[in-house]
Design a protein around this ligand. Structure first.
Ligand code: ADP
Ligand code: MG
Ligand code: ZN
Length: 542
């Protein structure tokens, strides 16, 4: 049988995308398969093509209920019989479908993982000829992944319930080494073929911007760069989705909101309006986007910093699936850290997992502060070793803003960390340096702490910025707790001794404290968040 002919006649493509052929061939030789390929890499074809060729039925497990119907529709356009089973079906339709499945009317069956919890259901299909079980979004099985779905844990049992073990294939776009290992262990692969396609998306231009008035920035960016093209704006909360949508509409944009608090009809309408270009911009929480195949998204802007690099990579990766140049901009403000920490706190999990969440958050905070190549920073997170130091195709590589020497400031900060015994977090260090009269600060023997008040004239924001910069460059290390403690690293000495100089972007260094009180709303918000920050910190010291 000629897989190229099938590729052409059913799918209309002349050649495979990177990694597809190996998987397809492996499966057709009866091997299990694991495909780790970026969003838009063409994972669906890796199981759909073999499903057409294999004798029996292929079951696809997917968490993306809202997309099952689309998948089934497009398969039927290709002349492939398929159906889906999920919680949206009425009981009589469900019974009808199961009957048809047992009559082998379908070649491919999409199943929501929740279905695997039902013995009744499993019993109804366990004796039919299932040639393959394909697991889409396989990272959902991993506790360490960013999107753990407990019902995915039923998959191994499901696979073993068949009289004859089917071929097993699994696919994901986001998998760190730990996640890949967990997928492999839990799914009990038998000698799988693997395609691991690099995480680089050369057509995506990554950028981090520290912006106070984010809505205005977005408006200008879209008007100037992509006046007529589609984009997604991700917000951390439903409330900001709603307010930003209104604001963008006021500014004359055709924007629509999308979040988990809307009923499914409203969400579907929003999603379709976006996919069929009836609106230009969709403003959404992370509830939007998994599995969405809109090739011509030209920009993905993060209005807030997300919780970890995996989520960021996946969400940003929805831009430019057609391979054309697209922008991924993360609008960062320090208050995002507080927001994300609160989200972590309000979502009770085991201590071990909580610490992992904080560690993952810190990686993204570092991403926001680094002056190094952003693309490489992303690739390193996924365990890749980039071949070049600068991609020359990201916000940092192309940034030629004026740099200033902050070695002296860095030395003062590092000595302060040393003087207080490497036992405290960012806020306390800043308080000491600024000569705060706070009780916690006054309890020190201030004569010994010779750095007390040494940086009085600096704004708190500026000091925070420098400290974050030093962390992202490894001159300060942080413990992995909820409230990280600052410690010196081996390379701190080089800075303290003046062997290396530290530079930072001038425009991010509003050096001296402003005398007059700011009265605009931004400064109120800024202070509000700092207060919150302090409260969070105090929990640790009390
Ligand atoms: P993923 O699930 O990996 O994110 P999809 O399976 O949704 O990606 O495929 C992304 C896009 O790539 C789809 O529009 C699909 O039709 C297209 N595609 C898949 N395989 C090929 C191929 N061999 N040649 C060209 N386009 C392809
Ligand atoms: Mg997919
Ligand atoms: Zn770069």
């Amino acid at each position: 049988m000629d897989i190229y002919k099938i590729l052409k006649t059913y799918f209309g493509y002349d050649r495979f995308k990177t990694g597809q052929e190996k998987i397809v061939k492996g499966i057709l030789e009866g091997q299990d398969a694991l495909g780790i390929m970026p969003t838009g890499g063409g994972k669906s074809l890796c199981y759909q093509l073999p499903a057409i060729v294999l004798e029996g039925v292929t079951i696809v497990i997917s968490p993306l209920i809202s997309l099952m119907k689309d998948q089934v529709d497009s398969l039927s356009e290709m002349g492939i019989t398929s159906t889906f089973i999920n919680s949206t079906l009425e009981e009589d339709i469900l019974q009808e479908r199961i009957k048809d499945i047992r009559l082998l009317k379908y070649k491919i069956i999409y199943i929501a993982p929740e279905r695997l919890e039902s013995y009744l259901f499993i019993n109804l299909i366990r004796d039919i000829d299932i040639s393959m079980v394909a697991i889409d979004e396989a990272h959902c099985i991993s506790q360490w992944g960013h999107d753990f779905r407990p019902s995915y844990r039923n998959i191994p049992k499901f696979i073993n319930s068949f009289i004859k073990r089917p071929i097993v294939s699994a696919f994901t776009a986001t998998a760190t080494k730990a996640v890949v290992e967990e997928i492999k262990t839990l799914i009990e692969f038998k000698n799988p073929v693997e395609s691991m396609i690099g995480f680089d998306r050369p057509n995506l231009f990554y950028e981090v911007r520290k912006i106070v008035n984010k809505a205005d920035f977005i408006a200008n960016f879209v008007k100037e760069t992509y006046p007529d093209e589609s984009g997604v704006i991700y917000c951390a909360t439903r409330k900001s989705v709603e307010s930003l949508t209104l604001k963008l509409r006021d500014l004359g944009f055709n924007a629509i909101g999308y979040h988990g608090g809307m009923d499914s009809e409203t969400r579907n309408t929003a999603q379709e309006s976006f996919i069929y270009n009836r609106v230009q911009i969709i403003v959404a929480t992370n509830a939007f986007g998994m599995g969405i195949d809109k090739p011509d998204v030209r920009f993905v802007i993060h209005y807030n910093m997300p919780q970890n690099m995996e989520s960021y990579y996946q969400e940003a990766g929805r831009a430019g699936r057609d391979g054309e140049k697209s922008h991924c901009i993360l609008l960062y403000s320090p208050s995002d850290i507080v927001k994300q920490k609160l989200l972590i706190q309000n979502n009770p999990v085991s201590l071990e997992r909580e610490n992992l969440l904080y560690k993952n958050l810190q990686y993204l905070v570092d991403y926001c502060h680094t002056n190094d190549c952003l693309r490489n920073d992303i690739l390193k997170y996924f365990g890749e070793n980039p071949d070049v130091e600068n991609c020359n195709n990201c916000g940092n590589c192309l940034d030629n803003s004026e740099m200033v020497d902050i070695t002296l400031e860095s030395q003062k900060i590092l000595s302060c960390i040393y003087r207080v015994g490497e036992k405290f977090g960012v806020s306390l260090i800043i308080q000491v340096l600024r000569g705060s009269k706070n009780k916690k600060v006054l309890q020190f023997d201030l004569d010994k702490i010779s750095t007390y008040g040494l940086m009085r004239e600096y704004k708190e924001q500026t000091l925070r910025e420098i400290i974050m910069t030093l962390i992202s460059r490894g001159y300060i290390i942080t413990t992995l707790d909820k409230f990280p403690v600052l410690k010196l690293s081996n390379s701190s000495k080089e800075v303290l001794k003046g062997e290396v100089k530290v530079f930072h972007k001038k425009h991010l260094m509003e050096e001296k404290k402003e005398k007059k009180v700011k009265s605009n709303i931004d400064s109120i918000m800024e202070n509000f968040d700092n207060e919150l920050f302090e409260k969070l910190r105090e929990l640790r010291y009390s």
